[in-house]
Unconditional design. Structure first.
Length: 317
């Protein structure tokens, strides 16, 4: 009975938190916080983190972690910018950028599975290596193609009542990932590997293949985030998304996923990403400096991880 109550609270807890935080800022700054334009801005700010967090959700469910997603996003924006500058069609450049990002994930997956290295160590090393690669490819400076393409409009706010295309892209892929996790064998394998890798292996789950695939998918979703980031910046920047991996991981954890693996939902991840955007937006409306926003965000992350630890401790008793 207590286990069911804890499970229910873990599912609705992030949503309750989002409502409470939104209500707090609404009560303090009703005129500027509660408006459709501000709502659209918050969703726009959520898009890059949200779509990359979809991939991170799968990685964390499988018991892994990827600290390199911020650097992967930077690499993706540079690849897209260079290819458009070279005359490639925008769609082909975007697909190639996503492919380059996915290759980075495959490389991490191979190092983790074949050399049996810790995901934390491998992806920490990849974070530095890929950031350096992005700077090298770009000549240590941003790249802004002369030609303006439809990619530049993905993150532009339209007229009142319309959301950026990037928001709809995030929501569409959220539905796809949710369906994969719930209805496919691959989704069941992710939960099995994250819950108990040894048991999953004994049950015939191809653990190494699953891990490589999930890191490739996680990086591919970071590549989709790179496409949106390119549209937001209207170019490629080797210094973009520094520290964004922490926000992406935080969105997944705040949304109820367990860093121990075997637990997580797409809905929770999107709610977690929205919580971070609402906090940042609300603090800005209140005129609070960035360091206050960072403290508030850090407290929320620690609280989410603490609740996860208490939940697991309670499930063992």
């Amino acid at each position: 009975m207590l286990a069911k109550i804890r499970n229910s609270l873990s599912q609705v807890g992030p949503l309750i938190g989002l409502i409470a935080i939104s209500a707090l800022f609404a009560s303090l700054r009703w005129e500027t916080f509660v408006s459709w334009d501000n709502f659209a801005i918050m969703l726009q700010q959520t898009s890059v983190i949200g779509i990359a967090a979809l991939g991170m959700t799968m990685v964390i469910i499988a018991g892994g972690i990827d600290l390199s997603v911020g650097s992967i996003i930077a690499v993706g924006t540079i690849v897209i910018a260079l290819l458009i500058q070279a005359g490639w069609p925008p769609l082909a450049a975007a697909i190639a950028g996503i492919g380059a990002c996915s290759f980075c994930g495959v490389l991490s997956g191979l190092l983790i599975t074949k050399l049996r290295l810790l995901p934390f160590v491998v992806t920490l090393g990849m974070m530095g290596a890929l950031r350096g690669a992005a700077k090298g490819l770009a000549g240590q400076q941003p790249i802004y193609p002369d030609e303006e393409t439809w990619l530049n409009s993905l993150m532009q706010l339209g007229e009142q009542g319309t959301l950026p295309s990037g928001v709809w892209l995030m929501l569409g892929f959220a539905v796809l990932v949710a369906a994969v996790l719930k209805f496919t064998k691959f989704g069941r394998h992710l939960f099995a590997v994250g819950s108990n890798e040894l048991t999953a292996r004994l049950c015939g789950v191809p653990v190494e293949r699953v891990k490589i695939c999930v890191y490739a998918l996680g990086a591919a979703f970071a590549g989709l985030g790179a496409v949106l980031q390119f549209g937001y910046l209207t170019g490629g920047d080797p210094t973009t998304a520094v520290g964004l991996e922490l926000n992406i991981i935080a969105a997944v954890v705040i949304g109820g996923a367990s860093l121990n693996g075997g637990q997580g939902t797409v809905t929770g991840t999107l709610v977690g990403a929205l919580i971070m955007s609402v906090v940042a937006n609300g603090c800005t409306k209140l005129g609070l400096p960035n360091w206050v926003q960072e403290i508030v965000t850090g407290v929320i992350i620690v609280a989410a991880v603490s609740l996860d630890a208490l939940r697991h401790r309670g499930s063992k008793t």
